[in-house]
Ligand binder design. Structure first.
Ligand SMILES: CC(C)(COP(=O)(O)OP(=O)(O)OC[C@H]1O[C@@H](n2cnc3c(N)ncnc32)[C@H](O)[C@@H]1OP(=O)(O)O)[C@@H](O)C(=O)NCCC(=O)NCCS
Length: 199
């Protein structure tokens, strides 16, 4: 899925969890030393994707740290993003000299309960959903695009989901926040939704 979303210059990798053996970098283990099994597995899937995505950029054996806000810490000169949802993980990285930010997000359709829509989506987004026959897919796409934009912009603090406005197009989206705009692409495969935003 990820390959179809990547613009030139970004490198991506994805994994479907088939119970394969995953090895964390020794410098990463302390981040999940006391974590529950699922969190450990998700973290390892994400870090494995990140290392695979970094390999073409010459950083395939790097430890990927974690900032105080939870965001990954990339090797010098690199930026990127990691996502995981049940049974799937992906990572996208690029040269910091070519990109200012990148965010990737995966979600499962159905995870965005309808009762939450008024809190998550602005009036234009809710009108868009009302006109779609596949509203649950579209709501998941909107939610995921907000998360991808949030990661790409490295936003901080208590942000309402409604503060990032998404306009969905056939194969992409634009996200608006505080006078800034970012573009992105999306893909849907069965119940899995994947979004990527970059600038
Ligand atoms: C941090 C956040 C973006 C993660 O998204 P998610 O859909 O819950 O989970 P994902 O699996 O897609 O992403 C998790 C990964 O995001 C990365 N991440 C965590 N915090 C991050 C941050 N502040 N910025 C960028 N990336 C972050 C990490 O790599 C994490 O995986 P890891 O802990 O295994 O390294 C989300 O949980 C969050 O808190 N958002 C803030 C709420 C909000 O206001 N959202 C804005 C939408 S309008």
């Amino acid at each position: 899925m990820i390959a179809a979303l990547l613009p030139p210059g970004l490198s991506g990798a994805e994994l479907r969890d088939a119970g394969q053996k995953l090895v964390l970098h020794p410098g990463e283990e302390h981040h999940v030393a006391r974590a529950a099994e699922k969190r450990h597995r998700d973290f390892a899937l994400g870090r494995s994707c990140a290392r695979a995505a970094l390999a073409p950029l010459g950083h395939g054996v790097a430890a990927i740290g974690m900032g105080a806000d939870g965001a990954p810490q990339w090797p010098a000169g690199i930026l990127g993003s990691i996502t995981h949802t049940s049974g799937y993980a992906a990572a996208v990285v690029g040269e910091a000299g070519s990109f200012l930010g990148v965010g990737v997000d995966a979600e499962r359709v159905g995870g965005v309960a309808r009762k939450l829509w008024p809190r998550l989506f602005n009036a234009a987004e809710q009108a868009h959903l009302a006109g779609r026959t596949d509203a649950d897919v579209a709501a998941t796409l909107l939610f995921s695009a907000k998360e991808a934009a949030f990661k790409a912009w490295r936003l901080k603090g208590a942000l309402a989901f409604r503060d990032i406005a998404i306009a969905l197009q056939e194969d992409g989206f634009t996200a608006d926040h505080a006078g800034k705009q970012i573009r992105g692409r999306h893909a849907v495969e069965g119940e899995l939704v994947l979004t990527l935003a970059w600038f």
